[in-house]
Ligand binder design. Structure first.
Ligand code: PLP
Length: 393
């Protein structure tokens, strides 16, 4: 057994989502696997980024974020999230929510600590926890409604529980955590002296008039919550790598130190453009919701029309579809058939679970795509039943 790679990395597997994307390209399939837009970013943001470069915001910003961007973040955190937030004491700008999460974990974890992660999960949380030196502890959110099982959650908390990761709106299920569930998490965090690290990257992609609630705004949580969000999803700029962590001064000071050693800082001109993004008027967010509500309906109709059982998500931009009745040995076989025969890339559900068996009946499809892409997928889905029949012979 070679010994030149760490035990930590031996535990990691390649991203199934990126693998599906690679195969989609080879097969010329419609890629509904990877959650990023294939349409243009808002024109005013692109203009703001170009302007910032021309105005010479081309050197390092202050490591924890340019004042202009942090002011805009603090203002938004107060008005949209209901968080007390001072730009100088509570905000750290990072290279994506991805960096914010790992910097936060590295800032708070000690050997022997445990971190609670709900499954299904966004694929980085397990490796992040391991890199930070903690043991992940998984609690299942079960379909069809992915509600918290109170007994299972309570059983996972113990004196070693240093943190719980809460992602709302949730990838991959589209669940939006309601107030009662957040209050349950808050009460357990307080009972066990546990921190909450939230991932609210989809906070503006939320449907049917449901309101996004930040765990950090629940009474008693301000000093024990690290709130993470960013620009990738709301403003369709996943390549800008801009996000932030909001926390009390004590935690922020630790996160800033880790962030400084990890990356020094996020791209300065894009931070200036990010301030423009956060100051867009209400109408931008209404337009965003309306756009994704329409795309959600298009994909839902296409999947349901092809005989796949699914629920319309409350937030984020994914639909989990039940493929159990199609007769495949597992979700990977179903995803391969979908890719090779139908021409659509989706993500096998089990890749979002630690206990893979919990996700075997699901495929995840994203609707973060142009109407033309979703229409092309819908057309291909119309052939699903015929191709399944041919497969059965
Ligand atoms: C839940 C969740 N968190 C974080 C990210 C990545 O965010 P960022 O681009 O800011 O690193 C994603 C991207 O798919 C995600 O789904």
């Amino acid at each position: 057994m070679p010994t030149d790679v760490s035990n930590k990395t031996r535990f990691f597997t390649e991203s199934v989502i990126r693998e599906m994307t690679r195969r989609a390209l080879q097969r010329n399939a419609v890629n509904l696997a990877q959650g990023f837009p294939d349409f243009a970013a808002p024109a005013e943001l692109k203009e703001a980024a170009k302007r910032a470069i021309d105005e010479e915001y081309n050197q390092y910003a202050i490591t924890h974020g340019s004042p202009n961007f942090r002011n805009a973040i603090a203002n938004k955190a107060r008005t949209y999230n209901g968080l007390e937030c001072d730009p100088d004491r509570n905000v750290t700008v990072t290279c994506g929510a991805t960096e914010a999460m790992i910097a936060s974990l590295l800032a708070v974890i000690n050997p022997g600590d445990e971190v609670i992660i709900f499954e299904p999960f966004y694929e980085n949380y397990g490796p992040d926890t391991v890199i930070a030196g903690a043991a992940p502890r998984y609690v299942a959110l079960r379909d069809p409604d992915y509600a918290i099982d109170r007994a299972e959650l309570e059983a996972a908390f113990n004196p070693r529980t240093k943190a719980i990761i809460v992602n709302t709106p949730h990838n991959p299920t589209g669940k939006v955590f309601g107030r009662a569930e957040l209050e349950l998490i808050a009460s357990l965090c307080q009972r066990y002296d546990t921190l909450a690290i939230t991932d609210e990257i989809y906070e503006h992609i939320i449907f049917g008039g449901i309101r996004h609630i930040s765990l950090g705004s629940i009474p008693g949580m301000a000093d024990r919550t690290i709130t993470i969000s960013g620009l990738s999803k709301t403003y369709s700029v996943t390549g800008w790598r801009l996000a932030y962590a909001i926390a009390c001064e004590r935690l922020t000071s630790a996160i800033r130190k880790v962030h400084d050693f990890l990356t020094v800082g996020a791209p300065h001109p894009l931070q200036e453009a990010g301030a423009t993004a956060l100051r867009l008027p209400e109408s931008f967010y209404a337009g965003l919701t309306a756009m994704y509500e329409r795309k959600r309906a298009m994909l839902f109709e296409a999947l349901a029309g092809a005989g796949l059982k699914c629920r319309a998500p409350q937030g984020a931009y994914y639909i989990m579809a039940d493929i159990a009745h199609l007769g495949f040995p597992d979700d990977f076989a179903a995803a391969s058939f979908m890719l090779d025969e139908v021409g659509i890339a989706a993500v096998p559900g089990s890749s979002f679970y630690h206990r893979a068996e919990l996700g075997r009946r699901m495929l995840r499809f994203t609707f973060s795509k142009s109407d033309a892409t979703i229409t092309a997928a819908a057309e291909r889905l119309r052939s699903l039943e015929r191709k399944l029949a041919a497969r059965r012979g």
